[in-house]
Design a protein around this ligand. Structure first.
Ligand SMILES: [Fe+2]
Length: 273
């Protein structure tokens, strides 16, 4: 594999330098991308109404394949959100657009994404989601979250300067993203920071590679922290696949080597969260 493992010429940003006619460029190396999407409040209202009127009454429990510990209130739940009705189909359209756009803008890949599963998280005081990543059915995949309701006790927290000192609860209800194990000393030695705590905001959606580890801290206060989570399979285009294969691999395996390796036809894997 890998005819063109070095095909991505690094983007080197030229920076201004008035001194000595020096030309200076910075090659900033990034490990991955995270997409942030802000949806119109009209869409959020419609989705919440659908959840209140259809998803919650139907109560198709999705917790069996998930690791979320949402259990401290009688309304705590993780529920299936199918795409088979009108509102569901509209959501799938939005999510597939988000997935395709994320791959194109964040990874310069013209691959097709398929958001194939989605569920709602109804979290109340004391509920939390332990450290985990998501499984998908293809080699590469995406996961995402859309925040639909955020209680006042989380809403009032500072998103910029997150401090946990003095038992402040400063990140209660936040999403913790982790992509490495670097500590403060590593960062001082010019290694990158490898974690972030993100405050949930109504109408905001995050999309990221499905291997990205994350957890949700518990919160302690009135109200519901409501979110939707979803997973995408990624189907590589023939052109994209061939660009990652040598001529021999391409002739030997034809198209879809990666797609085939991914077991796309095997829908048996049920590993949502
Ligand atoms: Fe998750």
């Amino acid at each position: 594999m890998g005819a063109n493992i070095f095909k991505n010429n690094p983007h080197q940003e030229e920076v201004d330098s008035d001194e000595n006619e020096m030309k200076f460029a910075i090659w900033a190396i990034s490990s991955h991308s995270i997409g942030r999407v802000e949806l119109p409040m009209g869409v959020i209202d419609e989705v919440n109404e659908h959840i209140d009127n259809v998803i919650i009454p139907k109560h198709d429990d999705f917790s069996e394949g998930l690791i979320g510990q949402l259990k401290n209130d009688k309304k705590s739940a993780q529920l299936n959100f199918p795409f088979d009705d009108d509102l569901g189909k509209q959501c799938k359209l939005i999510f597939d657009t988000v997935g395709d756009t994320f791959l194109a803008k964040g990874y310069q890949r013209q691959s097709k994404t398929d958001c194939y599963q989605c569920w709602t998280n109804h979290a109340y005081a004391g509920d939390y989601n332990p450290y985990h990543d998501h499984g998908v059915q293809t080699t590469a995949g995406l996961s995402g979250v859309l925040w639909l309701e955020v209680p006042e006790c989380i809403e009032k927290l500072d998103e910029e300067n997150v401090s946990l000192n003095n038992a402040s609860g400063g990140a209660d209800g936040f999403l913790h993203l982790v992509w490495g194990t670097n500590n403060r000393k590593d960062i001082l030695r010019l290694h990158p920071n490898t974690e972030a705590a993100v405050k949930p905001k109504v109408g905001t959606m995050l999309v990221f590679p499905n291997w990205l580890k994350h957890s949700v801290f518990p919160f302690f206060g009135e109200g519901e922290r409501r979110s939707m989570a979803m997973n995408w399979n990624i189907y590589e285009t023939e052109k994209e696949l061939e660009s990652w294969m040598t001529a021999r691999e391409s002739s030997k395996y034809g198209i879809s080597q990666l797609n085939r390796e991914s077991g796309i036809s095997d829908k048996s894997e049920k590993n949502e969260d």
